[in-house]
Design a protein around this ligand. Structure first.
Ligand SMILES: [Zn+2]
Length: 475
């Protein structure tokens, strides 16, 4: 579903692109003094006690494996709930391009055939590179209803032909409408996986959805929905923590754990391996969308959480450099870096840009090379590396630090009734985009220093290790 009902302001405006690690923290907040600072066992125990005593935040796992995070924001007018399903556009199997997106539509339309709202609540969904999310915004009296809706969304069902036909058409229209205004980033990630992981030379982004049968849709849905490793429910709002905890256990506790699904295997072409996916060099493929799209990517190290945190920081930093590139700062051009291309073959930092009309590839590709090469350099609006790293680590905690929220509320004039949700969900996206738990991500950022960042950039983000893909319409 497209997010068309509101334009989200401020720090989470990037979410609609489904790319994480894209936004520099909007403000330099005070250091997160409440964060546990050391990895000593005693300190960890103390931190755990602090966490237990914190009435505003909790994260736990139900017996069935569902992970739940709750953030209490006392001034939030709405209770926001998001279910994250651990399957995104780069996880679809060979030839099944954006079936995850189709499944997202089927899940929502199975429970709500018309509209995206009910008595006291709104709902929506979006499929991103690494996850599918289903969300609700509820007035307090309607929250329990929406929680039950989330539980219903986690249960597989048999897809019938009329529902499938209707959503195939809806997905097709949505993709073509976005492509017509130059927005092909998400579909380029989907196509990237088909070309690079499964050896496709032509990708049917729209056509693969049209070709899905009811039994295939039922099987795809069964493989995505359900409670499985990585399924996560996040709840933000004014409701007290204990009340939320009781409701969550009642509503989600009885759900069974889903059966594991095997990873998609390549049909025909040899299955990809890490070396093939990360191999430097230029690739070309065609697709059934009307504009060209260019993707450049670099293999990232993945030895520990510090490596993973470094990937995220470097991607954010590349975005800062891209904003300075004159070849890219043009109407209709929108280049984005992210470290969220995470596949069974490895982790990759990629820069992605649509090429509308007559825009020439070469200056754009060169500007991307330059932005990556200069990733560590300061510039106008790009802070010195040490300041940047500190700000990023502080922002990563994402706690509703009272001063920051108050400032944002004043800026928004409180017209934005979703502010708290946006504040909390932004780090959640980065957490999911980096495939780490909150604690792992914070540990990774705490362990990252300038020396490590420089070493990774100089070894991995170099032109001789760059791979690229140009997607173009088939003549
Ligand atoms: Zn959609």
């Amino acid at each position: 579903m497209p997010r068309i009902r509101r334009v989200w302001a401020g720090r989470v405006a990037c979410l609609v692109m489904g790319l994480t690690g894209l936004v520099v923290p909007a403000v330099a907040q005070e250091p997160a003094a409440q964060e546990p600072a050391a990895a000593e066992p005693a300190a960890q125990a103390a931190a755990a006690e602090d966490a237990a005593a914190d009435p505003t935040r909790a994260e736990w796992t139900l017996d069935n494996g569902l992970t739940v995070s709750v953030l209490v924001a006392p001034d939030a007018p709405l209770q926001h709930t998001v279910t994250f399903l651990p399957h995104g556009l780069i996880d679809d199997g060979p030839g099944h391009t954006q079936w995850s997106h189709l499944v997202e539509h089927l899940i929502l339309r199975h429970t709500d055939p018309e509209g995206l709202f009910g008595e006291g609540y709104e709902l929506n969904g979006e499929t991103t590179t690494r996850s599918t999310h289903l969300d609700t915004y509820a007035e307090p009296h309607a929250w329990r209803t929406t929680l039950e809706r989330h539980a219903a969304w986690l249960q597989p069902f048999e897809v019938d032909a009329p529902l499938l036909a209707r959503e195939q058409e809806a997905v097709t229209q949505e993709v073509l409408a976005l492509a017509a205004v130059g927005s092909t980033h998400k579909w380029a990630d989907a196509a990237w996986a088909q070309v690079v992981r499964f050896g496709a030379e032509h990708v049917e982004v729209v056509g693969a959805v049209a070709g899905c049968t009811p039994s295939q849709a039922t099987a795809a849905l069964a493989g995505i929905t359900g409670v499985r490793p990585g399924t996560h429910v996040a709840i933000v709002g004014a409701m007290p923590l204990e009340e939320v905890r009781v409701a969550v256990e009642e509503v989600f506790g009885p759900l069974p754990a889903a059966k594991p699904v095997p990873a998609p295997a390549a049909s025909g072409a040899a299955a990809a391996d890490a070396a093939a996916v990360g191999a430097p060099g230029d690739r070309h493929a065609t697709w059934d969308l009307p504009q060209r799209h260019y993707v450049a990517w670099y293999a990232l190290p993945d030895g520990d959480v510090v490596d993973r945190a470094a990937g995220e920081v470097l991607a954010a930093r590349v975005n800062g450099r891209l904003a300075l590139a004159t070849a890219i700062r043009k109407p209709g051009l929108f280049a984005l870096a992210g470290a969220d291309l995470i596949t069974p073959e490895g982790r990759f930092l990629r820069v992605t840009v649509g090429l509308p009309g007559e825009v020439e590839l070469e200056p754009v590709a060169d500007a991307i090379d330059d932005a990556v090469r200069d990733v560590l350099q300061p510039g106008i609006g790009v802070q010195p590396l040490g300041v940047f790293l500190w700000q990023w680590a502080v922002g990563a905690a994402g706690d509703p630090e009272p001063g920051a929220l108050r400032r944002d509320r004043e800026r928004a004039g409180r017209a934005d009734d979703r502010l708290e949700a946006q504040f909390a969900i932004s780090p959640m996206y980065r957490q999911l985009g980096s495939d780490m738990t909150r604690e792992q991500r914070l540990d990774g950022l705490r362990g990252l220093d300038l020396e490590r960042l420089e070493a990774i950039a100089s070894e991995f983000l170099v032109k001789t290790r760059r791979a690229s893909l140009l997607l173009a319409p088939r003549d």
